[in-house]
Design a protein around this ligand. Structure first.
Ligand code: ATP
Length: 236
């Protein structure tokens, strides 16, 4: 059984149909990339899984449970956590306060402290900067904070929306390495990226989305060698 499974999912925003019968799956332990151009429906796919947009047709399951019409907070409590595009950190709150917000559904304080310790081991920078205001961090640091905050929620699966956006190449590499490490420590990852080259370095499998449907799917190696992908997403 797949950890996350979309079967023939449609999503509409009023008259606009953003997803047209999407089917995809993510197995436990994987990093799966969702690639595609602007407006292809990548963010909508994540929003549908996290309960921010509900399908008008089809089903979404997480660990076998139908979450198609689920509430965002219930889905987070089930272990599916979304890091939205643009990080959305709280700029006037400190790094530590931002991290604590990630634990808002977690009642057990010792569990939060344990996760905080793990986040600081993975991202030592956040510990060094814990009293700094979130909004004064660099773009890359804010992305690390957004990932750290999501980890405090204790995700079984993390969905990241364009973590490389607006970052310099070296910082993109650092963010991708953090994603790889999070995965190696046991968290499954669904990664939305326009930067296919960076994403395919760390992912196991991928899907290409065009106009609300998945058009190509394969292992990272298959996608890197697929002439359609090379031409459209990797540059000649
Ligand atoms: P990007 O990389 O630019 O974020 P994307 O692949 O994530 O693109 P989506 O943001 O999922 O694409 O958008 C898919 C389609 O749905 C687009 O045509 C977009 O204009 C439309 N759309 C997205 N959000 C809304 C909304 N809240 N209301 C109306 N239409 C929307």
């Amino acid at each position: 059984m797949a950890m996350l499974e979309f079967t023939d999912v449609d999503v509409h925003y009023g008259q606009v149909q953003a997803l047209r019968g999407i089917s995809l799956s993510v197995e436990e332990g994987e990093i799966v990339a969702l690639l595609g151009n602007n407006g292809a429906g990548k963010s909508t796919t994540l929003s549908a899984a996290s309960g921010l947009a509900h399908p008008s047709a089809g089903t979404i399951t997480f660990n076998g449970k139908d979450i198609s019409q689920g509430k965002p907070w219930d889905i987070v409590a089930d272990g599916l956590v979304h890091v939205p595009e643009g990080r959305r950190i709280f700029s006037t709150l400190s790094v530590l306060e931002n991290l604590q917000i990630g634990g808002f559904l977690v009642k057990d304080k010792t569990l939060i402290n344990k996760r905080m310790k793990r986040v600081f081991e993975l991202l030592p920078l956040l510990e060094q900067r814990k009293s700094q205001q979130g909004g004064t961090l660099s773009g890359g640091e804010q992305q690390m904070l957004a990932i750290g905050r999501a980890l405090i929620a204790g995700p079984k699966m993390l969905m990241l929306d364009e973590p490389s956006m607006g970052l310099a190449p070296l910082i993109v590499t650092a963010v991708m390495e953090v994603i790889r490490e999070v995965n190696e420590q046991g968290t499954t990852v669904l990664l939305v990226e326009q930067n296919a080259r960076a994403a395919l370095k760390v992912t196991h499998r991928g899907y290409v989305l065009e106009n609300g449907v998945t058009t190509v799917t394969g292992t990272a190696a298959e996608l890197i060698n697929d002439p359609r992908i090379v031409e459209a997403y990797l540059g000649a």
